[in-house]
Write a protein that binds this ligand. Structure first.
Ligand SMILES: *[C@@H]1O[C@H](CO)[C@@H](O)[C@H](O)[C@H]1NC(C)=O
Ligand SMILES: *[C@@H]1O[C@H](CO)[C@@H](O)[C@H](O)[C@H]1NC(C)=O
Ligand SMILES: *[C@@H]1O[C@H](CO)[C@@H](O)[C@H](O)[C@H]1NC(C)=O
Ligand SMILES: *[C@@H]1O[C@H](CO)[C@@H](O)[C@H](O)[C@H]1NC(C)=O
Ligand SMILES: *[C@@H]1O[C@H](CO)[C@@H](O)[C@H](O)[C@H]1NC(C)=O
Length: 367
């Protein structure tokens, strides 16, 4: 009996010890996540959360650099020792969309603005880096962390880091809500406004006016029915005419018509741009004004890692703002984009813990 109980007890003690460690780590993950979510950081107002995170990282033994992007707005770059260029980068963003929603927990869900997008990723990346370093699995030069401002508005933080940081990496893992799957890629975007000027007249005498609505309808019909490029991975290019303002009254030939068109580009944004242009040109209408807001190519990511599932994403990220061609780019994080910008934004405790393990496994794979 002794012989059988002894190994059993030893095993139990071992399991218990690692359980203690796991609990300690998880506790730190949950409490860091709580502090981050509790610190309001709507895009443009990231000062407080940046200062908090920089101090937290410095106290955790990282070398911390801050990079000023705008007044009081700072990116944070952290690494071990003195080696700024590292094999792997874990990166995410510290700004959120408005409005601020306070932190609260209900059952296994942690609610609050940023809980999912993207402070869940930030917290899990920090604890993953600490834990790999503490266990001796990684050393100076292996891993760095970059947390940027402004992802939710214009990507100014990542663009600034890309241009000014003077650092190189072999692989980067971007943290965004992907439900713990590796993003295969995401569509690009072509966002344009179309404004048509006509001339008002009595609707009984349409020949005296120029009907702006009719012209806009023809153009939008052409765009809706155009053949846009498809992609094997990202699917179809899709068109959304999200807003139309046109005309003045039922009995007046419309003097103006305006539409906002947002095209999600599966393949070749330049070609999509050309197709829209030719649709407009073909009508031969005068007084058609196009204002372009955004033209971005789709992003294709690295996603083949044993033990991970993958997913196609329909939202835009900071990935294209990191202008480095000669490196691997992965996208992975806890939580679902479906709740990310809503009033009920949340992440589950088990997804947060899953992300901690996931980031550690990704770093191990990439080293
Ligand atoms: C900016 O964020 C801080 C906390 O991080 C908050 O106290 C302050 O009210 C915010 N300012 C604005 C103008 O939203
Ligand atoms: C980038 O850093 C290297 C040293 O790592 C230095 O030699 C080089 O001058 C720096 N370049 C710029 C543009 O700062
Ligand atoms: C680090 O990367 C920068 C940017 O690519 C490069 O200029 C520099 O030489 C690298 N430093 C070292 C020590 O390899
Ligand atoms: C893509 O478009 C084709 C028609 O061009 C349609 O048959 C197909 O169902 C679409 N695929 C998806 C995923 O919507
Ligand atoms: C991958 O997806 C399959 C099917 O949904 C699921 O059974 C499996 O647990 C997933 N694997 C991981 C590592 O998430």
């Amino acid at each position: 009996m002794r012989l059988t109980t002894l190994p059993f007890l030893a095993l139990f003690a071992l399991a218990n010890a690692s359980l203690q460690q796991v609990i300690a780590l998880d506790h730190e993950l949950i409490s860091l996540h709580k502090s981050l979510v509790e610190t309001e950081s709507i895009s443009g107002n990231e000062t407080a959360v940046g200062q908090f995170l920089a101090e937290y990282l410095a106290q955790s033994g990282f070398t911390v650099e801050t990079q000023t992007v705008g007044r009081g707005r700072e990116n944070i770059y952290a690494y071990f020792g003195e080696t700024r260029n590292t094999s792997v980068l874990l990166t995410s963003h510290i700004d959120t969309v408005p409005p601020y929603i306070p932190y609260y927990v209900f059952l296994d869900r942690i609610y609050g603005r940023g809980s999912c997008d993207a402070k869940g990723s930030v917290a899990a990346q920090v604890i993953a880096a600490k834990s790999l370093y503490a266990s001796g699995e990684i050393a100076e030069g292996d891993l760095s962390l970059l947390f940027v401002v402004g992802e939710e508005v214009d990507g100014a933080g990542m663009a600034h880091a890309s241009e000014q940081l003077n650092v190189s990496w072999n692989n980067a893992v971007f943290g965004e809500p992907t439900e713990l799957k590796l993003g295969v890629g995401h569509k690009g975007v072509y966002h344009l406004d179309i404004a048509v000027e006509g001339k008002a007249s009595h609707s009984g005498y349409p020949q005296l006016g120029i009907d702006a609505n009719k012209k806009l309808i023809d153009i939008l019909y052409g765009i809706e029915h155009a053949e846009f490029p498809k992609d094997d991975l990202l699917g179809n290019t899709t068109v959304n005419v999200g807003l139309i303002h046109a005309g003045t009254a039922g009995n007046v030939v419309s003097p103006h018509a305006f539409a906002k068109v947002l095209i999600r580009v599966a393949n070749n944004a330049q070609a999509v741009h050309g197709i829209v242009q030719s649709v407009i040109d073909k009508t031969g209408f005068e007084n058609v004004h196009v204002e372009e807001h955004q033209l971005e190519e789709p992003v294709y990511l690295d996603y083949k890692v044993p033990g991970f599932n993958s997913t196609v994403l329909a939202y835009f990220t900071d990935v294209p703002n990191l202008k480095r061609e000669d490196m691997g780019k992965y996208l992975y994080g806890p939580g679902s984009i479906l709740v990310a910008h809503g009033d009920d934004e949340y992440v589950t405790v088990s997804e947060l813990q899953g992300a901690l393990d996931g980031y550690k496994d990704l770093v191990r794979f990439l080293l």
